[in-house]
Design a protein around this ligand. Structure first.
Ligand SMILES: Cc1ncc(COP(=O)(O)O)c(C=O)c1O
Length: 437
């Protein structure tokens, strides 16, 4: 179509995109509803990745759009530096109802990346308030993705996301990732590998546990390709953190809000962190919002350390807890509750994973992994890493299926409102396209 010539796309420098390739043959989404997108050619596409793991309740939910519109006409903007509007307090209360017991204080940001940077600063502020300001070191993991701000880039364990950006934040040490080639095609948690958590102990022994502020992990490493934690691994991390006084941070930006069959992966894996980051599905993707939930003692320690009447934590975003985002969050949380979407995810997961793991028969599949309503297929590489994945992504889109790829790995995380028939459709397109790639 004439209005979509490459020239009109030039000025937008697109993120995590092959700009030249995209602009030569764009994939433009002009409508969304339910589990579907429609492109500028009028073709219907199944969204098998919930946007970017955001739209758990499906696209274009009227309840959310109405709530946002109404909010903008009531209070369109209000800072929450020394001022507030009621809905942010209600969102915090509702999130605190969903988080594990004792993580009942919530700080707002606008994205997962900001939530991660906020969590880093909360950890530092907490140790500073306790007189342990020497805890400046952070532990992360190979293959981790914690967003793209300087803090998250420093924690990053994906080479391409670090390579061009120099030394970023000093003092970050990486544990090994948990992928083990012997566990290929494991559905759910690998039985072995818990001992990889001992990397944290070794780091504490090497650098001095008293210098380590926090250990950040995605409970399931999502963006790198759904690395499900081995049985006992997260428990072991918890024990080591307790032994050395290190805060355990779960980055639940992908896992949160039902993806694992419970509100958060912390509950699915029965390990309670000290801090949790979240974003994406908080608002069903309809408005930008990120949040950090912290253990009450962390809030109390930072707040109580400041003199009466003084600001306690010198951090915050102009758009944090934006009224429109809060309205979207409240409407979204209402939908999750009234439609029982977290339970629905748990109930649907066995069907989803069984159907998905039938892909094993397709040619060129190097590995399959999955947990809850989150799964990944890894393609045998074809020369340069990512080449085959890019080809697959384009061919799938042309065949009516959107799948988010990281290099040669396709990440499948359908909206939690999908039906079994939709799962069949997703897997059939995958089988057809991958067989003929
Ligand atoms: C675990 C994790 N943390 C942080 C982020 C960054 O979130 P955002 O893109 O909203 O900044 C992501 C995004 O995919 C993520 O998966």
């Amino acid at each position: 179509m004439a209005q979509y010539t490459a020239n009109t796309l030039e000025q937008h420098w697109m993120p995590f995109t092959a700009n030249r390739d995209f602009k030569a043959d764009p994939r433009l989404v002009v409508r969304s509803e339910g589990i579907h997108y429609w492109n500028h050619k009028g073709e219907q596409i199944i969204d098998a990745s919930s946007g970017l793991f955001c739209c758990a309740a499906g696209h274009a939910r009227k309840e959310i759009a109405d709530a946002v519109g109404q909010q903008l006409m009531e209070v369109d903007y209000c800072t929450h530096f020394q001022l507030g509007h009621p809905s942010s307090f209600e969102v915090a209360r509702r999130i605190a109802q969903l988080t594990p017991e004792g993580l009942d204080h919530v700080f707002f940001a606008n994205s997962g990346s900001e939530a991660v940077d906020t969590a880093l600063k909360i950890a530092m502020a907490y140790h500073h308030a306790r007189g342990e300001g020497q805890r400046q070191r952070f532990v992360s993991r190979e293959r981790a993705y914690h967003g793209v701000n300087i803090g998250g880039t420093s924690l990053a364990g994906l080479m391409k996301n670090r390579q061009a950006f120099g030394a970023v934040m000093p003092g970050v040490v990486h544990m090994r990732h948990t992928w083990n080639p012997e566990d290929r095609f494991t559905k759910g948690q690998p039985a072995s590998g818990a001992e990889l958590a001992d990397d944290l102990k070794r780091i504490c022994e090497l650098h001095g546990g008293e210098t380590v502020a926090a250990c950040f992990v995605e409970p399931i490493a999502g963006s790198t390709g759904v690395l499900v934690p081995p049985v006992g691994y997260l428990q072991r991390l918890r024990e080591i953190c307790d032994e050395y006084g290190v805060l355990l941070v779960f980055d639940e930006v992908i896992c949160g809000f039902g993806r694992t069959g419970q509100a958060f992966a912390a509950q699915s894996f029965e390990v309670t962190p000290d801090i949790m980051t979240m974003a994406k599905a908080i608002t069903n993707g309809a408005q930008p919002m990120g949040a950090v939930a912290v253990r009450d003692e962390i809030y109390d320690t930072v707040v109580d350390a400041a003199p009466d009447g003084a600001v306690e934590f010198f951090h915050g975003y102009t758009f944090g807890a934006h009224p429109a985002a809060c309205a979207a969050a409240l409407a979204t949380l209402d939908i999750y509750e009234s439609e029982n979407l977290f339970d629905r995810a748990a109930a649907l997961s066995p069907y989803f994973l069984d159907r998905f793991f039938a892909l094993r028969e397709a040619p060129g599949i190097a590995d399959l992994r999955g947990y809850g309503m989150l799964a990944a297929f890894e393609l045998e590489p074809d020369g340069a890493p990512g080449r085959r994945g890019a080809k697959a992504m384009k061919k799938l889109f042309a065949s009516g299926l959107y799948v988010k790829f990281t290099a040669d790995c396709g990440l499948v995380a359908p909206p939690l409102v999908v039906r079994e028939g939709d799962i069949d459709d997703i897997c059939t397109i995958l089988e057809d396209v991958l067989t003929d790639l």
